[in-house]
Design a protein around this ligand. Structure first.
Ligand SMILES: Nc1ncnc2c1ncn2[C@@H]1O[C@H](COP(=O)(O)OP(=O)(O)OP(=O)(O)O)[C@@H](O)[C@H]1O
Ligand SMILES: [Mg+2]
Length: 121
């Protein structure tokens, strides 16, 4: 859901570009010892200063057909998992959304045991 909304936002942002401009979305997932970091970068128009003020609030949208619940829901989900969501945007150049969430196994005291019968019938 979080991933889907970020990619959908990126695609919709790129729709604003001219037909023959290069449109690029990059997705990376990086795993460190205790965190997973998902990044979705587009080379769209960027997010205006006005829009940034309430970006994560519900019903905040810059689109005629948008509901404005995407980023709001994203932040609820990510926060409830102990992660956070940040962004970096440059007008005319593009936007990166970065979702950090703790590795679900990193907080366990015991190492994660795969089920012993995994793969057998
Ligand atoms: N990658 C992006 N590039 C440019 N603007 C963005 C980007 N992501 C979000 N925005 C701006 O932030 C607004 C809020 O995004 P959000 O996902 O919360 O709502 P929405 O996409 O408008 O509607 P919904 O997700 O409910 O369909 C968007 O309307 C858009 O103006
Ligand atoms: Mg959206």
């Amino acid at each position: 859901m979080v991933f889907l909304n970020l990619v959908t936002n990126a695609v919709e942002a790129l729709d604003e570009k001219d037909e023959d401009d290069e449109k690029r979305i990059t997705v990376t997932l990086e795993k460190s010892e205790s965190n997973n970091v998902l990044e979705v970068t587009d080379n769209g128009p960027g997010i205006s200063e006005q829009m940034r003020k309430n970006l994560f609030k519900e019903f905040e949208t810059g689109k005629t057909r948008g509901m404005g619940i995407g980023l709001y829901t994203c932040s609820l989900i990510v926060n409830s998992h102990g992660g956070d969501i940040t962004y970096d945007t440059r007008i005319g150049l593009g936007t990166t959304f970065r979702v950090r969430f703790p590795d679900q196994y990193a907080r366990r005291k015991e190492p994660y045991d795969a089920p012993q019968n995994f793969g057998s019938r």
